[in-house]
Design a protein around this ligand. Structure first.
Ligand SMILES: [Zn+2]
Length: 493
């Protein structure tokens, strides 16, 4: 279904600073590139949020009926410790530290990355290329930039000449920086520097003898600069100009600015029509940082094994929490926020579980068609998931009123409501219904019956140590037992 024909989608474009109407280069098709992870450590929760935001965007395009080619790379070489082309390669450093091969580091953390994203129910991208798999393409782009006179070789390395490029182009247009300001604000070059200007960036770095990750090139053995891989892979799979390029806000400068410069220098064309940037995640009001302990990994949230949260939360609840904020806003994670999201998630899942069997009447008290369009309007306004979720709860409110016989819904409307609710929750927001399956709940009922029997026997024998232990440990698991006049019942929080 080509739903996109009836919807006008607006996207906040970092390049124009406005919400631009989305018009793809090829009708019915979307080409989207998102900067992937540098695989030298377990994936951060903040990075998960970025990839989840683009997963939701990918899903909405698919829902609208577009054919989407979504490319998200794996950086497995060339990303140095700081942005000024200095320091060690992050992966090589980790390999040295752990005394394993760099490719073992890459393998270990690529697997962790995939497993974690799968738990969060992210769809795999259409293509997931690696930097090391595209060295030849990167060398070709360097040759083109050298031919245009916009790069220079120095001692086996090749640098992009930012000052020369800026004469006919606008270096800084994405990040809003002015080259003159950058020049006044940076240090002077020292005699050892190979660069002509501090703003120049590496396209190719000469490998020192001890450097393991190295490839032959016309300039000697070395490795590509980090910014170059994204230009090489996006151009190869999406063309010289493509629809959407996304990434975390922190990549806007220098990474994305350099990507634009490389592409414009080599092809003469502007590479991307819509630049999109996802905002960061904070923890208890502060920036997450491994060095200050204000940090939490996804696995620690799911297991509850951490000093920050009062209990474990499922991946679906965490995803729902993340979708409650707009992707361009800073989102703060805290125990209270997750608890509130868990309650909301449960209410939403209860509504989804009952929507198909709602009693129908001759008429509807709820304008389902208008509600459905409001859901689309929210998503069409730069993927506004918090507004969409507010609309979903509007539907939950009506579902509950219908259940209480305070409102009615026609059979026709019930079908539209159920279909749209499922499409937005499961397909677009990617939130899984992890409420218990029937098999699980049968097993739980059997086990609880047994425990309640044992507890009643213990109480009859005045063995209060055992009966209290059963009650208290169940409470720790989130299960409450209630003794009533008709016997003992239980409820799961
Ligand atoms: Zn990139």
């Amino acid at each position: 279904m080509q739903l996109y024909k009836d919807q006008t989608l607006r996207i906040h474009n970092s390049l124009t600073g406005k919400k631009d109407i989305f018009k793809p280069i090829n009708e019915g098709h979307v080409g989207m590139y998102v900067c992937g992870p540098t695989v030298y450590s377990n994936v951060h929760l903040g990075n998960c949020r970025t990839f989840m935001s683009f997963d939701m965007i990918f899903r909405y395009f698919k829902h609208l009926g577009y054919k989407v080619r979504y490319v998200r790379n794996i950086t497995d070489a060339g990303h140095l410790e700081n942005d000024a082309d200095e320091g060690e390669d992050k992966i090589a450093k980790k390999a040295k530290l752990e005394q394993i091969e760099p490719m073992e580091v890459v393998q270990r953390y690529t697997v962790d990355f995939h497993n974690t994203l799968q738990l969060f129910n992210l769809l795999p991208p259409s293509i997931e290329p690696t930097a090391t798999g595209h060295i030849i393409e990167q060398i070709e782009i360097i040759k083109e930039i050298l031919e245009k006179g916009l790069a220079y070789e120095a001692n086996g390395s090749v640098y992009f000449d930012v000052i020369k490029f800026n004469k006919d182009h606008d270096y800084g247009k994405l990040s809003g920086r002015k080259l003159e300001d950058m020049i006044t604000n940076t240090r002077e070059l020292t005699a050892q520097d190979e660069k002509r200007n501090p703003q120049d960036f590496a396209l190719w770095k000469k490998a020192e003898p001890q450097h393991i990750m190295r490839w032959p090139s016309p300039w000697g053995d070395g490795f590509p600069g980090w910014h170059l891989e994204c230009t090489a892979m996006s151009t190869k799979y999406l063309g010289e100009t493509f629809d959407i390029h996304g990434g975390g806000m922190d990549l806007k400068f220098p990474h994305h600015e350099c990507e634009i410069a490389q592409a414009e220098a080599s092809t003469g064309k502007s590479p991307v029509n819509y630049w999109m940037h996802a905002n960061m995640l904070t923890l208890n009001g502060r920036k997450m940082s491994k060095s200050t302990d204000n940090n939490i990994y996804p696995a620690e949230i799911f297991s509850g094994d951490n000093n920050i949260l009062s209990k474990p939360y499922t991946p679906a609840v965490v995803r729902f929490f993340m979708m409650q904020a707009h992707y361009t806003s800073i989102l703060d994670l805290s125990d209270e926020a997750l608890q509130a999201s868990e309650k909301g998630y449960n209410r939403l899942m209860d509504a989804l579980d009952s929507v198909d069997t709602l009693k129908t009447g001759a008429t509807s008290d709820f304008d389902v068609a208008a509600w459905k369009q409001k859901c689309y309007d929210a998503m069409n306004d730069d993927f506004n998931t918090p507004i969409l979720i507010a609309q979903l709860f509007e539907a939950v409110k009506h579902i509950n009123l219908i259940k209480e016989d305070k409102e009615t819904i026609s059979a026709e409307d019930r079908e539209v409501l159920a279909g749209s609710l499922k499409a937005f929750v499961y397909d677009v927001l990617g939130i899984e219904n992890q409420s218990m399956t029937k098999d699980d709940s049968n097993t739980l009922n059997g086990v609880m019956e047994l425990l309640i029997d044992i507890r009643n026997e213990a109480r009859a024998n005045k063995d209060f140590a055992t009966s209290d232990k059963i009650r208290d440990q169940l409470v720790e698991l989130g299960i409450q037992i209630k003794d009533g006049k008709d016997g003992t019942t239980f409820s799961v929080n």
